[in-house]
Design a protein around this ligand. Structure first.
Ligand SMILES: Nc1ncnc2c1ncn2[C@@H]1O[C@H](COP(=O)(O)OP(=O)(O)OP(=O)(O)O)[C@@H](O)[C@H]1O
Ligand SMILES: [Mg+2]
Length: 465
């Protein structure tokens, strides 16, 4: 039998209860209503609801208390708060405590139905229904995103949950962690995949230009506006709008953005016609927006509108299992693209790549591999083909760290070689690459040093005296 979702409405206004209830029943939902907070609490304790729509301001037991009870008794239910104008701050507080969204009274039934539908989709997807999960699994294509670390598997899971919905996603993470890649994966795995995926880099444009870019302008709206231009919101209609570097937008643009997010409508600059759009929003930022809110540079209400589903991209140094996998992926992709023979990484290069801490994350690794493919003339890729700062890390470890790197099954000669190599690199660096001085300090002949450098792939890149 087909499952009919259950909804509870809590409102002390009779007319409100009836009209919402009728509209939802017409859509085929099972609906119950409660005329007070305490009646609502009883219903929550006794039944399982998929969605609970509650008024924020209720006599005695109010919406926030209902929310608390829901967190305790039915954590899976999705809560939608109804608020009056002026109590938006409390509504934001409610979202902090786990309400899914809020809707400001008066609202149209259509608006409410859209929200409820969204909640239902989310609810269904969260359900541990194996059958459903498998079906979703089959549909996904993450071919562009490489990773098998626990952290990346979590990212994939989250993409699967949010992609089919219209929910706003806020992607955070350091530079080069793959935020844009994930944004496009969400779009291309969503029902909007055949519509536009429009990107706006919010940091690239000054305030007024950004406004014009987002909302478009009429002819003559400002100097230089010689003809009417559609904004990115309009261009993204029915598709997805990716607002990159959202933490950089000015307060005035924040206000306008908030309105579009709430009402899904806006006017072009210099225009009077109201334009309605159906756009799914994905944002990204390197900043900690919560801190920006505390500092007062980012609007709190906008933050909660954007941060409906947060998605954090872990830095590469926290998922080392992915490093060699990614390196291999880039080797394959770029050798093909650059029409160069496929080269493998030497053991030393693998060690170096694993030891580096990647302030530039995946982008840094990507560039290092691209460079190595270009520099490597023959054989396997050697340390000398890597950027200096990846090589340099080699001499920074204490002996103990070096030992822990080696497998216990490694012969002593390997350990000795590893030490010898690192020691030579260290002295070479201290002498700024002077082979004569290095040989002297090490108490060996220049010829021996030269031979050792060759064996360890250190022969190039020094000052060559
Ligand atoms: N998991 C991954 N698999 C394959 N390629 C990746 C992965 N993560 C990132 N990349 C590649 O690394 C580069 C940087 O990724 P992206 O532009 O998505 O990062 P970002 O987080 O948006 O960075 P920024 O904050 O600097 O804009 C891109 O070329 C992207 O294709
Ligand atoms: Mg980016």
């Amino acid at each position: 039998m087909h499952y009919v979702p259950n909804i509870l409405i809590i409102d002390d206004e009779l007319l409100m209860r009836i009209s919402i209830s009728d509209a939802l029943k017409e859509e085929g939902y099972n609906v119950q209503s409660a005329a007070s907070g305490s009646e609502g609490l009883r219903a929550i304790r006794d039944n399982a609801y998929d969605v609970i729509i509650t008024d924020l301001r209720l006599p005695e037991v109010d919406g926030l208390q209902i929310l608390k009870a829901c967190n305790q008794y039915t954590p899976k239910s999705k809560i939608l708060m109804m608020t009056a104008y002026g109590s938006v701050e409390t509504a934001v507080e409610a979202m902090k405590q786990g309400a899914y969204d809020y809707i400001t009274k008066p609202f149209s039934m259509d608006e409410l139905l859209i929200l409820v539908k969204r909640l239902m989709t989310l609810r269904e997807l969260e359900d541990e229904n194996i059958y459903l999960k498998q079906k979703i699994e089959e549909k996904y294509d993450f071919s562009g995103i490489v990773g098998r670390s626990e952290r990346m598997l979590e990212v994939f899971e989250k993409i699967k949950v949010v992609a089919p919905t219209d929910t706003t996603v806020l992607i955070t993470g350091e530079s080069g962690t793959g935020k844009e890649l994930v944004a496009s994966a969400i779009h291309y795995n969503s029902p909007r995949k055949d519509e536009a995926f429009i990107k706006v880099s919010c940091a690239a444009l000054p305030e007024t230009l950004l406004e014009a870019e987002l909302f478009g302008h009429e002819k003559g709206a400002f100097t230089g506006a010689i003809k009417q231009k559609k904004g990115r919101f309009e261009l993204a209609h029915k598709g997805t709008l990716f607002l990159d570097e959202i933490g950089e937008i000015a307060q005035t643009v924040q206000v306008k953005l908030l309105r579009v997010l709430q009402e899904r409508e806006f006017e072009r600059l210099g225009g009077t016609d109201t334009i309605e759009v159906d756009v799914r929003i994905i944002c990204a930022t390197q900043r900690d927006l919560k801190k920006e809110v505390q500092k007062g540079s980012f609007r709190e209400d906008l933050y909660y509108r954007l941060n409906v589903v947060p998605l954090f991209m872990p830095p590469l140094r926290e998922r080392k299992e992915d490093i060699l996998l990614l390196a291999d992926h880039f080797l394959k992709t770029f050798s093909e693209q650059m029409k160069r023979p496929f080269r493998e990484l030497s053991v030393e290069v693998k060690e170096l790549l694993l030891r580096h801490n990647y302030p530039g994350n995946v982008r840094e690794l990507e560039n290092a591999i691209k460079r190595a493919i270009t520099l490597c003339r023959e054989g396997v890729i050697q340390p000398i083909d890597l950027p200096e700062d990846i090589c340099r890390r080699y001499d920074e470890g204490e002996g103990g760290e070096m030992v822990s790197q080696l497998q216990h099954s490694e012969p002593l000669s390997n350990a000795v070689s590893l030490f010898e190599k690192q020691y030579i690199m260290k002295v070479l660096e201290e002498t700024k690459g002077s082979k004569t001085l290095t040989a002297k300090l090490l108490g060996i002949s220049r010829k021996t040093l030269w031979e050792k450098c060759k064996v360890y792939g250190l022969e190039k890149g020094q000052d060559g005296e």
